[in-house]
Write a protein that binds this ligand. Sequence first.
Ligand SMILES: Cc1cc2nc3c(=O)[nH]c(=O)nc-3n(C[C@H](O)[C@H](O)[C@H](O)COP(=O)(O)OP(=O)(O)OC[C@H]3O[C@@H](n4cnc5c(N)ncnc54)[C@H](O)[C@@H]3O)c2cc1C
Length: 462
Amino acid sequence: MPNMSQTKVPIPEQDPKVRARNFEEVTLGYTKEMALEEASRCLNCKNMPCVSGCPVGVQIPVFIKKITENDFEGAYNVIHATSSLPAVCGRVCPQERQCESKCVRGIKGEPVGIGRLERFAADTHMVQDNTVIEKPVSNGHKVAVVGAGPSGLTCAGDLARLGYEVTVFEALHKAGGVLMYGIPEFRLPKDIVQKEVENLKNLGVTIMTNMVIGKVLSIDELMADGFEAVFVGSGAGLPRFMGIEGEALVGVCSANEYLTRINLMKGYKEGYDTPVLKSKAVAVVGGGNVAMDAARSALRMGAEHVYIVYRRSMEEMPARREEVHHAKEEGVEFLNLNNPVKLLGDENGRVRAAVLQRMELGEPDASGRRSPVPVEGSEYELAVDTVIMAIGTSPNPLIRTTTEGLEANKRGCLVVDESMHTTKEGVYAGGDAVTGAATVILAMGAGKSAAKSIDEYLKQKA
Ligand SMILES: Cc1cc2nc3c(=O)[nH]c(=O)nc-3n(C[C@H](O)[C@H](O)[C@H](O)COP(=O)(O)OP(=O)(O)OC[C@H]3O[C@@H](n4cnc5c(N)ncnc54)[C@H](O)[C@@H]3O)c2cc1C
């Protein structure tokens, strides 16, 4: 008989006042008892609607059933059969818009906590894991992967399992992409990401860091060097700015730069020589996950006031509800329906205030959301010493401008067909480099599809 409770088993979290000043993980994860109780809420529907909401097709009711049977390793194996990063997805996937949005328990109450259960299975596996990964027998074919984010790592893993000799070329000094440089430690501990990277290495994948493709080597050079196919998973790491007066002042930076210095370059740790802005009052411009991460990081870096400045209302905010809720609990102040129009500097050239204009909501725009309309004469000054821009990113043009025949659309995203093949023979692409900034699971799904296509392409060629 399923547990008919209308609410999820709550997940333990660090106290908001305490966690707002440390970088340790906010959400602590289910105990075995909690996981068993939550798993018993699953109705094990025959038609598995939740699976249709998962971009990599995890067999959700099957793994949850294994949890109810106390077979946690079995649960992990079911997830791992289709998802290469379960511990990551269990933490950062927007389940409320994906698998959980399709759960029939959500019709009358809260859906089953699929993400929480996925994390439980993955963490339990990680603690107990002593399996020796066997390297598959090589089929003698070489594939290059550009970028070690979720799309590149997934593509590399799937191809390595098929026997390909895969080399991943990563521009930064650590593999993981946004999982390492963007998403903060308090949401996704970095040792979890590195454990997944180690698993890939054990599978035989070679990872070469500090290799900026388009500078150190070009894609054409990789192909001339014996790589028979290339997957481009270089993400969308180029930040946008607003183009307003004062953006060149000291104390104004992109969220990507701010988060990279803190996460990847460990700016939050004592003893690391990474320069990071020390701030008293911070305005983070934007309303997505990146803005929430930057704001919550600024609090942890010691800021007294952190404001989210977002031109639309709370309802239109694209960030996950959970992130907004956590940010509010921790003391981030939300200035919705506000937009910066100018930044003012002090005598040393550091930003001292943002001039904000109030907005109201007008007619829906192309995105279907009501568009913000400025209220004339409503400008006022907000005293801040740091402004962090989190208003979106686009793919870096380096690869497409150094590779002949690689076409991009007007947003700078690489053009691919349904098999993820680009406009250049033998070159495939996926993840944010193709879609623009999206999600971890979509990037993984793209890496998976591309690996399948590359395998078919190389088999045909042979
Ligand atoms: C701060 C932040 C928070 C986020 N939070 C979430 C979340 O909670 N949930 C969620 O699902 N998604 C989230 N996202 C989005 C998600 O992380 C991305 O959609 C996902 O990482 C895209 O994966 P990718 O593999 O396409 O690219 P990336 O993760 O960007 O990886 C691309 C890699 O390619 C490398 N690279 C770039 N150019 C080159 C080159 N020329 N040569 C070699 N290497 C190169 C980069 O250094 C990087 O390591 C967040 C994004 C950010 C920035």
